[in-house]
Design a binder for this molecule. Structure first.
Ligand SMILES: Cc1cc2nc3c(=O)[nH]c(=O)nc-3n(C[C@H](O)[C@H](O)[C@H](O)COP(=O)(O)OP(=O)(O)OC[C@H]3O[C@@H](n4cnc5c(N)ncnc54)[C@H](O)[C@@H]3O)c2cc1C
Ligand code: FES
Ligand code: FES
Length: 487
């Protein structure tokens, strides 16, 4: 077990729990803080949203061992005691935005986090802020109206609400900040090093140990496995051994974005939310920032890391197509040294990656856009937030204008149409020298349909995927050949 001291709603609490026990369970069952609710248990509904060191996260996906010593945790109970929390609660009630109440604790936290940080409050941004929170009773219109009314009331009070909840150490810190070293607590099950060298030495001693980053895939997979017998299914093989766990969130060095000789270097545990808003990524790898903005919802993006998205190896992983289209390379390191592998070569089949048991993904090297290049990302899902792609596409093109925009190089990567993310070398070669016009569409659709063989599954049919892939790529080419290119 891990032993930690946290500030929970401003009160110092001591806790002992297995390292992979969800924070939600620790709060509800060990600390008897029952405001956060368990709805889905897999990050989908938002009923368990809490503020962890100032950031909204779904507590059902946070491993107890990933919560640093001295963390500040604020739940609906704590927020309801704050002035801004009271304003929001009253507004939600006055606007009839609370009925059965199951979503309310998570909704309150999400709205609070939005109003606390927002400089300008709009209905669209309010919708985005609550996009990870499901409400089955009220309808979102009332919740959005209540949020806008609360924003007016809060503004009339003339206060800056940022940091208003400071109820413990580092209230505005990073959710994945420094972690109490496991060696200090004598904990053999979870190792949370502060340096990469320590992590690699641990990996060498325990090859095949369970690497934990944001936990949004691992914890969701563990939760899904727990519910299999309840659904009458025989349990699938364990997705993770119980020990030992190597938690990477305490290594500050792995959370960074920098530019070096025409490449972006992104640390493996950089959060998806950071990538979505990082100025270097937006300027030099904009398709990656676009994909990051469309991944999950805010509480998921704060936890999720780029490395986890790559190593989890889902064919629907949103960040992989932009990286594949950019010819990104992955730095894999062990205590014996490092090697760089092109992202395309990293995937060997469905959920199979070229990662040795003693290696860790350390960094991603993304070639920055060069002169005359531009890129974009598009995704089709069942709804806008929290939806795994039916199909997603990233395109990076070099376009030269000689009276008419002509594509001189195209790189196209698709997700959810094969066991791994795929590039389309034949279509790419055919596009070189073409100008995009509506008359090219039928040909493009045929080229793409001839190069992929998607399957039908619960999310979509093969025929739909084939056609949708063509439409996404054509729409991207249309847009990219009209927009300004990198100089
Ligand atoms: C509600 C919900 C919505 C989601 N929506 C989307 C979506 O829209 N699009 C999408 O692409 N994904 C989505 N996901 C999936 C998930 O959030 C992402 O794949 C995320 O980027 C995983 O990162 P993580 O840090 O949480 O990974 P973790 O769960 O910590 O790890 C995932 C896997 O990678 C391994 N690993 C992690 N980091 C390293 C490393 N540095 N070196 C070696 N191995 C490593 C782990 O051992 C594990 O096998 C969603 C998940 C949930 C729960
Ligand atoms: S319980 Fe549904 S997101 Fe956590
Ligand atoms: S009020 Fe019932 S789910 Fe939102």
């Amino acid at each position: 077990v891990i032993a930690r001291r946290w500030q929970v709603n401003g009160v110092r609490r001591e806790v002992e729990a297995p390292p992979l026990e969800p924070l939600l369970r620790v709060l509800r069952e060990r600390l008897l803080v029952t405001g956060p609710k368990e709805g889905c248990g897999e990050g989908e509904c938002g009923a368990c949203t809490v503020l962890l060191n100032g950031e909204p996260v779904t507590a059902c996906l946070v491993a107890a061992g990933a919560v640093p010593e001295d963390s500040a945790i604020l739940t609906a109970e704590g927020i309801a005691d704050l002035e801004l929390g009271r304003v929001i609660t009253e507004s939600l009630i006055d606007h009839g935005a609370v009925q059965c109440g199951i979503c309310f604790p998570g909704m309150l936290v999400a709205v609070y986090a939005y109003l606390r940080d927002a400089r300008e409050v709009t209905a669209a941004a309010a919708r985005e802020a609550i996009s990870g929170n499901l409400c089955r009773c009220t309808g979102y219109r009332r919740i959005v109206h209540a949020t806008l009314a609360a924003a007016r009331d809060a503004a009339a009070r003339g206060r800056d609400w940022r940091g208003a909840e400071a109820c413990g150490a580092d209230a505005n810190g990073d959710a994945s900040g420094a972690v109490a070293r496991s060696a200090d607590s004598g904990n053999a099950e979870l190792f949370a090093p502060e340096t990469l060298a320590e992590a690699l030495a641990h990996r060498a001693r325990h090859p095949g140990s369970l690497v934990l980053a944001g936990g949004t895939d691992l914890m969701a997979q563990r939760a899904a496995r727990r519910s299999e017998p309840l659904l009458g299914r025989s349990p699938s093989p364990p997705v993770a051994p119980e020990s030992p766990v190597l938690f990477l969130g305490g290594i500050a060095h792995l959370r960074s974005v920098s530019r070096e000789q025409g490449d972006l270097l992104i640390g493996a545990t950089t959060s998806v939310e950071t990538i979505a808003h990082d100025a270097l990524v937006i300027r030099w790898a904009p398709a990656l920032a676009q994909a990051a903005r469309l991944l999950g919802a805010r509480p998921i993006r704060h936890l999720a890391t780029i490395g986890g998205n790559l190593v989890n190896a889902s064919p629907a992983a949103d960040l992989v197509p932009p990286l594949a289209a950019a010819d990104a390379r992955l730095l894999l390191q062990s205590s014996h040294g490092g090697r760089e592998v092109p992202v395309g070569a990293f995937y060997r089949g469905y959920k199979q990656v070229d990662l040795r048991p003693d290696e860790v993904l350390v960094r991603i090297r993304v070639p920055a856009l060069r002169a005359h290049e531009t890129e974009g990302f598009r995704k089709l899902g069942t709804r806008r937030a929290q939806s795994i792609a039916k199909v997603c596409a990233a395109v990076r093109v070099r376009v030269e204008d000689r009276g008419v925009a002509r594509i001189t190089r195209a790189a196209i990567a698709l997700g959810s149409v094969a066991p791994t993310v795929v590039r389309l070398p034949q279509t790419e070669a055919r596009l070189a020298g073409c100008s995009f016009s509506e008359s090219l569409r039928p040909q493009l659709y045929a080229w793409i349909a001839g190069e992929i063989a998607p399957i039908s599954d619960v999310r979509s049919t093969a025929a739909y995927r084939s056609r949708a892939a063509g439409v996404l790529v054509a729409d991207l080419l249309d847009e990219l050949t009209q927009t300004p290119r990198s100089e």
